[in-house]
Write a protein that binds this ligand. Sequence first.
Ligand code: COA
Length: 325
Amino acid sequence: MRAGITGTGSFVPEKVLTNHDIEKMVDTSDEWIIERTGIRERRIAEDGINTSDLAVEAAKRALDRACLRARDIDLIIVATVTGDMPLPSTACFVQKKLKAKKAAAFDINAACSGFTFGLSVANAYIKSCMAKRVLLIGAETLSRITDWEDRSTCVLLGDGAGAVVVEPSDNDSGIWSVDIFTDGSIWNLLNVPAGGSAFPASEETVKNRMHFLKMKGNETFKIAVRTLEKAVVDTLKKNRISASDVSLLVPHQANLRIIQATAKRLNMNMDKVVVNVDRYGNTSAASIPIALDEACRQGRIRKGDFILLESFGGGLTWSSALIKW
Ligand code: COA
């Protein structure tokens, strides 16, 4: 038995922050940001809107498309690095707001790879019959951990949420493989230093801006390109299909140049690649499910299509997954 995606949904806040808006905040330019990243604008959650609020809106849409009610769900997984609070998990708030009384709920943290790591968990729960209907959500309010004085990171990030419903599938459609990888020895390339047990919140950590995301962008970029190329090629080999059999590549949306490099390695035309980094920037765990949902709604995914997902993020973590729709 395979696990398959039976519904997708996404939600982004209304407020748009353009590159021109950021030009007024730090020493940068619209041209630089577009040329180096492909990003033109990103969405920002208004004060008082939490990660769980974005998650709930995306989840409701995914449930509608799967023709399910919240009370049908037996497991909720939220992938996020910007939970509402350190405790309880954001998944608990989502469970409460959806009134999904039957569902157990927990968060996972695999940074930008959170959605695909979560997909591997959902897949395992369904295949082992430990759950029948899993709601998997990637949701982030990265604007809350963005240092708006650091031009090397603030141009990259945005807020949003995407969700999928995962259920048993009755034929050869569904998740064919989902492979996840980690190299904790290079955690220092991308992190939020304070707020945990290493550096609990203090006057000092606030003064030193340690609650904001830090990234060594250039080194991360090179590793991302190298590892993703290998991961997607290995996935195709393992499933004995070629890149030309893949109808759509749905990559994590961090940087258009990273996306293009993976597509080039696979000899895939960019018209077979979902790109929305120009409109949302990097929304971490939310980026793949938002892209997947948009592709579904645009009619770019048909039954029987092979869809390839790939992600890369803090940890470092990376992944590749193949789904037959
Ligand atoms: N506007 C203008 N100049 C900027 C800038 C900005 N917003 N941010 C950095 N620069 C400058 C740097 O200061 C540097 O100047 P210098 O040469 O005078 O020192 C120059 O631009 C080049 O910086 P560099 O970091 O080498 O640029 P880059 O081509 O690597 O692009 C990123 C930077 C962040 C866009 C790119 O490295 C990236 O996308 N990294 C990976 C992101 C990622 O995948 N993250 C993990 C997954 S979430």
